[in-house]
Ligand binder design. Structure first.
Ligand code: A3P
Length: 330
């Protein structure tokens, strides 16, 4: 998963895509429909395989279940720490999903995207798109846009994704067995492309331009949340002052954004909110929280399965300098 922020103008983002005033003007709607038809034609020519959520998935470049929700909360709380008190924080009422927009869904719901002008500074967005799919205007060295990327042991990403997708899966389809999900994952069949390619794309880019891309690991964040949060704040150009550290601001943000706190909020539980991903896909906030632990894969993978995933990881990341989730160095 990757999140990026644009310099300029910030308060809690209020999802606006479902209201009447957001209806796409007719001309744009027509242009979009034309584009949609063209894309459908193009998609029909792509290779396809069994899907996680629907019957088929089309193979193209492009990951998820690596800590997007957590990172959103941390970034929002950090950027707005002077604005809100921790006891009455918008994250407590609205949850992290409302903190800032998820671009991938706006592409489906609001195309063409023109609704971000009003967003306050710093403008922050979330996306799962692969680095190679980003427009040059965002990824080129001259762009002032910065990225924060979070990744995770692929074995835990697989388990998390299987649970998540099982909830979203069309009720008209039989349940996706774990073995099927495992095969799809190992074969790189995922909505955002193969896990390993996704991670490598951002890893390489972060090595080339560390000032532009901050590369984080879920496991490091779990082990030393304060250390990683300080890294994040400095990268965002909003380092914690000595006085803030003395007042315990770092600890307050860590606590506010912890799994235990966020997963128990009303908005992330029964009676809580939901996110509209596409016209057909609506995800309840509570589905973004499951266990929030490192190493849950041990409860699902056989030794043979672990070995296969670790071996793919080793091969794919060879000579890249990146280590992730290998059991011997986890
Ligand atoms: P598990 O399914 O392993 O529990 P994403 O936000 O990218 O969809 O990732 C979801 C994963 O992050 C889930 O992992 C979820 O439980 C975990 N998660 C969500 N909020 C978290 C938080 N505040 N701290 C740690 N993990 C969190």
């Amino acid at each position: 998963m990757s999140t990026y922020l644009l310099p300029d103008r910030n308060t809690c983002y209020q999802p606006t895509s479902i209201t009447a005033e957001n209806q796409i003007p007719t001309e744009e709607e027509q242009a979009y429909k034309k584009l949609d038809e063209k894309l459908k034609g193009l998609l029909a020519t792509l290779p396809k395989d069994k899907g996680w959520r629907s019957a088929n998935i089309y193979l193209h470049e492009a990951f998820m279940k690596c800590g997007t929700t957590w990172l959103k909360a941390l970034m929002f709380a950090t950027a707005n720490r002077h604005r809100y008190s921790f006891s009455d924080h918008p994250l407590r009422r609205n949850g992290p999903q409302s903190a800032f927009p998820f671009l991938d869904t706006h592409i489906f719901l609001d195309y063409p995207i023109t609704k971000f002008e009003h967003l306050p500074s710093p403008r922050m967005f979330a996306t799962h798109f692969a680095h190679s799919l980003l427009p040059i205007s965002l990824s080129s060295p001259s762009s002032t846009c910065k990225f924060v990327y979070v990744c995770r042991d692929p074995k835990d990403a697989l388990i998390s994704k299987w649970h998540f997708m099982s909830k979203l899966r069309s009720k008209e389809l039989p349940p996706l067995s774990f073995n099927e999900a495992y095969e799809l994952f190992c074969n790189g069949v995922s909505e955002y492309g193969p896990f390993w390619d996704h991670v490598l794309g951002y890893w390489k880019a972060s090595q080339e331009a560390p000032e532009k891309i901050l590369f984080l690991k879920y496991e490091d964040m779990k082990r030393e949340p304060s250390v990683e949060l300080k890294k994040l704040a400095a990268f965002m150009g909003m380092p914690f002052s000595a006085e803030e550290e003395k007042r315990g601001v770092v600890g307050e943000i860590v606590k506010l954004c912890s799994f235990e706190n966020l997963s128990n909020l009303e908005v992330n539980n029964d009676g809580g909110g939901a996110q509209k991903f596409t016209a057909q896909v609506v995800v309840e906030n509570r589905d973004f929280f499951r266990k929030g632990k490192v190493g849950d894969w041990k409860n699902y993978l056989t030794e043979e399965m672990r070995e296969r995933i670790d071996s793919i990881t080793e091969t794919k990341f060879k000579n890249s300098g990146l280590t992730l989730g290998l059991t011997k160095n986890a």
